[in-house]
Design a protein around this ligand. Sequence first.
Ligand code: AQP
Length: 332
Amino acid sequence: SPRVLSGIQPTAGSFHLGNYLGAVRQWVALQETHDAFYMVVDLHAITVPQDPAELRANTRLAAAQLLAAGLDPERCTLFVQSHVPEHAQLAWIMNCLTGFGEASRMTQFKDKSARQGADRASVGLFTYPILQVADILLYQANEVPVGEDQRQHIELTRDLAERFNGRFGQTFTVPKPYILKETAKIFDLQEPSTKMSKSASTPKGLINLLDEPKATAKKVKSAVTDTDTVIRYDTEQKPGISNLLTIYSTLTGTGIAELEQKYTGKGYGALKTDLAEVMVDFVTPFRERTQQYLDDPETLDSILAKGAEKARSVAAETLSQAYDRVGFLPAK
Ligand code: AQP
C-alpha cells in the first residue's frame, strides 16, 4: 500500500486544535489505508531554544497525545526523530543540493525569524525545511498529510527529490502533499484572519487540547465573530463564523450546509454554546487518554522503541542508496 509520512513538533506541550484538525486527524484515518510513518520531530524542535528536561518531557507528551488521538502502534509506525540518525545524515546531503536563494524563499523561515529577531534566528531554523525534505524522502513517502502552512516545504521536497534523481539516478519517490481543503487552515479564535498557532499573539485565540475543558469552552464562547447575525459559511465576509462552522462540522461529522440550516434564525450565542459543548466532549476523553499513556512511561517508551527500529530499517536502506549514488566510499 502507498506510504505516508508526517511529523509534529514536541515544542508547545499541548497540541492545539489546528494541529489536530489540520494534520493529526488525517494521520489517524490514513493508518487504515496506508503504510504510515509518524514521528515526533525533536530535531526540528531545537531550531529554537529548548530547555532539555522540558524537551524530553514534551517528546513523551507528544507521543502520548498522538496515541490518545487514535494512532495505533499496530497500524502505524510511531517514533521519535532523533532515534533515527539517518534523518540528520540525509539532511546534510540535501543541504548541499539546495540553493541558498531557494532556501531563503521559504516563507515559514521569514515569519519565524522575524518573530525571533533576524539576528537571533539559528542556522538550524533556516535549514529546517531541508531536514524536513530528508524526513520525507528517507521513507519514500507517496503522500505527506499536513496543514496548508507546510505546502511550500512539500514543494521543496519534490524539487529536491527530482533534482537528486536527475543528477544521480532514480533514488527517491517524489511525494505529494495530502492537504484536506476543509481543515487545511484553522484560524485563531481572536484573529480569524491568521492561522491558529502556538505562537499566537493572545492565548485566548488558541485552543490547546490539554487545557481545562472549562477554559476551552470559555474561549469558544468569546470567539471573535462579526456585527451581522446570520450564520453562514463565507470565509471572506465572515471569517470568524466560518472558522467556527469548520471546527463544528469536522468534530461532529455534520455538513456545513446542515449546520447553516440548523442555526437559521438563531444567534451566534446558540452556535457558540453548542460548539463549546462539542469541544468539551472532545477534549475531556482526549485529556484522560493522554494522561493514561503518560502514567505508563514504560509502555510508551517501548512503543517508541519498536517504532524506531522499524523506521530505521527503512531509513537505513534509503540512506545507504543515497550515499552510494553520491559517491561516498563504502566503509569496509
Ligand atoms: N492552524 C492550523 N491549521 C491547520 N493545520 C495546522 N498545523 C499547524 N497549525 C495549523 C499543522 O499541524 C502540523 C504540526 O505542525 P508543527 O509541528 O509545525 O506544529 P507547530 O509548530 O506547533 O505549529 P504552529 O502552531 O503553527 O507553530 P508555529 O507557527 O509557532 O511554529 C503540521 O502539519 C501543520 O501544518
